[in-house]
Design a protein around this ligand. Structure first.
Ligand code: GLA
Ligand code: ZN
Length: 650
């Protein structure tokens, strides 16, 4: 199992490398990740490559048994590149990005592509036979710093071509997009604009104020541009080596379609910072991020960057308390991580990330965080048979698709509606009941219950799969605004909830975006704050009704028997507790074992073991006991603050 840190030898004097390597070995590390951001160092002038510092550093590390994940350095362009070529992005106001940080280049700049492929190829050629290089990472965090969307001339031309390939004729595009509205017809593909700043934008705070089909297709195109950019480098690397290739993803990040980005990679890696300058994440949110990452390939992943100290760029987040680094590591492993690289080994005194602490502080002395990580590594070794290639016992799937995220961002229904928060609320309700919940899309038959909240962009092949799943006995849970849009982001013209109407056995007669809350009563009672679908059951049974408003006594939540399965339709938003009650009810109906534990306790089940995590800053009796797989002793259920235990499954 990969266990180590991100380590940048170029940041330190050569004389320190051996000492660093020794400290790493003593911490139990076996791997480092490096090379991201060294373009300016290894190609000081265009076409002149020198990897000697890396050769030497890899050699020094190897003496302590440490291997390397090598990254291509294309996330930060050297100055000569921007001096010589027009590679910088343009924003939606037409302003040119400036060089001086990172991620400022455009994926559709031919010059940037050519030089990126070249550096990737030269690196691959040079290190292909270095046995200490065990894997490759392409670039670093595609899309970070809002860099997915560029509005330059190269992008505009590439977008025209992309559209031509998809639509064939401009008439077909005009018809599909409804450009007749406001006289927006195009006479050729070369005519099509990018969704830049426009006259309507001041009224749309979110910046997506064009024809909804244009906005949607542009998002798909921008995402494809990075997938393609990655592929070019991947091909270059694979010409010389068959070592596995990855990229470091960003959990909940959603500007790039991560299923597409992951598709041709050998495995997924991702960067996990639960508490930094920009806030502290709820443990369920981190838990979901791990599941999003596992769900991309329905396969285990590694953490390419795991927080290991206080983190920020100009201010700090909190310093991880004793036990937290261990807990975050175990949480990653519990959701399908099978390798951990802490970011970074030693904290830098200079540069933007002076405040982004690593395992060692600026003085380089091992302290509490180092020793905690060392101990965690020892535990993980014992647990290895329960980690590598092992999958949790998932009963439930939350369907998360990028098309849906984008469609909801383009048209939000109501100002408080946030699709990703809706998905998260369903994930959280399940995880708070300790139901093992996957997040993915496409494969439904592996689960007992599939949740598709707010699933509004409908691809017919997807609907067929869902229907099959329900017919054969699966349970589907869907909500307001599901099934309402076609694949081009136009609204469907059948009766709401359109694509889900016959599955759910209902008609939505009308709806309202609420200005003031109303209540529902029945199987769950709740205040509704945002949205009401007024439902007329056709074949469905009513579970909850509105208790006020002009739609008093009308259905708010229904269930329908369809084939051998069931479809729940939730026509409104629910309070957290009410949602949890509903999720528990659905779980019980489907033979899913939920488990009540004290707040802040997370349980994960996999073959042979149960993992128990205490995310609280105080000691707790979890109510679960058994034989510890870590100590071999009896575990009586008590966990210290941030404690973790793995026990033998009964
Ligand atoms: C990201 C990047 C790293 C580093 C950290 C800290 O995860 O991948 O290079 O910048 O953030 O800011
Ligand atoms: Zn561009």
């Amino acid at each position: 199992m990969v266990f180590g840190a991100c380590y940048y030898p170029e940041h330190w004097d050569r004389s320190e490398w051996a000492h660093h390597a020794k400290l790493m070995r003593e911490a139990g590390f076996n791997t480092i990740r490096t090379g991201d951001f060294v373009w300016g160092l290894v190609e000081k002038e265009e076409g002149i490559f020198d990897f000697s510092y890396l050769d030497e550093a890899i050699g020094v590390l190897a003496q302590e048994g440490i291997k390397v994940v090598l990254c291509t350095p294309t996330a930060a362009p050297p100055k000569w590149l921007v001096n010589k070529y027009d590679v910088l992005q343009r924003d939606r106001y037409g302003r040119k990005e400036n060089w001086g940080t990172r991620r400022e280049c455009c994926a559709n700049s031919e010059e940037y592509r050519i030089r990126s492929v070249k550096i990737a190829e030269e690196m691959a050629k040079h290190f292909a036979h270095n046995e200490n290089v065990i894997a490759w990472q392409i670039d670093n965090e595609f899309g970070c710093h809002n860099s997915t969307h560029c509005y330059c001339e190269n992008c505009r031309k590439a977008f025209s071509k992309w559209l031509e390939k998809k639509y064939g004729t401009i008439d077909s595009l005009n018809r599909t997009w409804g450009t007749v509205f406001w006289s927006l017809q195009y006479s050729s593909f070369a005519d099509v604009i990018l969704p830049v700043y426009n006259a309507c934008e001041p009224e749309n705070a979110h910046g997506w104020s064009h024809n909804p089909s244009l906005d949607m297709e542009y998002r798909r195109f921008a995402s494809d541009s990075w997938v393609h950019f990655q592929k070019l480098q991947m091909n270059a690397i694979r010409k010389y080596t068959d070592k596995p290739v990855t990229h470091n993803f960003m959990g909940h990040f959603s500007d790039i379609d991560y299923y597409n980005l992951a598709e041709e990679l050998d495995f997924v890696a991702w960067d996990n910072y639960p508490d930094n300058q920009w806030g502290e994440s709820e443990y369920e949110y981190v838990s979901m991020a791990h599941e999003i990452m596992r769900g991309l390939k329905d396969r285990n992943y590694i953490v390419a960057e795991q927080q290991s100290g206080p983190c920020g760029w100009d201010t700090f987040g909190a310093t991880p308390e004793p036990g937290q680094l261990r807990l975050w590591t175990h949480q990653a492993i519990a959701h399908g991580g099978e390798g951990i690289l802490y970011f970074r080994f030693k904290t830098l005194p200079y540069g933007m990330e002076q405040y982004w602490y690593g395992v060692l502080d600026h003085d380089g002395l091992p302290r509490r965080r180092y020793y905690e990580i060392q101990k965690t590594g020892e535990e993980l070794k014992k647990l290895e048979p329960y980690i590598t290639g092992v999958k949790n016992n998932y009963d439930v799937l939350i369907v998360r698709s990028y098309d849906n995220i984008w469609a909801h961002q383009i048209k939000r229904h109501t100002k408080d509606f946030d699709y990703e928060s809706l998905l998260y609320s369903y994930y959280k309700a399940n995880v708070d009941l300790n139901i093992d919940t996957a997040v993915s899309m496409g494969k439904y038959t592996d689960y007992k219950v599939v949740y598709m909240p707010g699933y509004n962009i409908v691809h017919p092949e997807e609907m067929n799969k869902i229907e099959e799943f329900v017919k054969n006995g699966g349970t589907l849970v869907t909500t307001f605004r599901s099934g309402t849009r076609d694949a081009y982001n136009n609204l469907l013209t059948t009766t709401l909830p359109c694509a889900f109407a016959s599955l759910a056995g209902i008609e939505v007669e009308e709806f309202t975006a609420l200005r003031k809350g109303v209540h529902i009563e029945g199987i769950v009672n709740s205040e509704v704050k945002m949205w009401c679908d007024v439902i007329r059951p056709v074949t469905a049974k009513v579970l909850s009704i509105y208790s006020e408003g002009y739609f008093k006594n009308k259905a708010a939540i229904t269930v329908n028997v369809y084939g051998k399965g069931r479809v729940y339709y939730i026509g409104c938003d629910l309070e957290e507790e009410a949602l949890k009650r509903l999720v528990r009810h659905i779980g019980e109906r489907c033979g899913i074992e939920s488990m009540d534990t004290p707040e802040g306790v997370e349980i994960v089940r996999r073959d042979g073991c149960v993992i128990i995590m205490n995310h609280n800053d105080h000691k707790i009796q979890t109510g679960i006991n058994g034989t510890s797989l870590i100590s071999g002793q009896n575990f009586d259920g008590t966990l210290e603050a941030y404690g973790v235990e793995w026990i033998v499954a009964e």
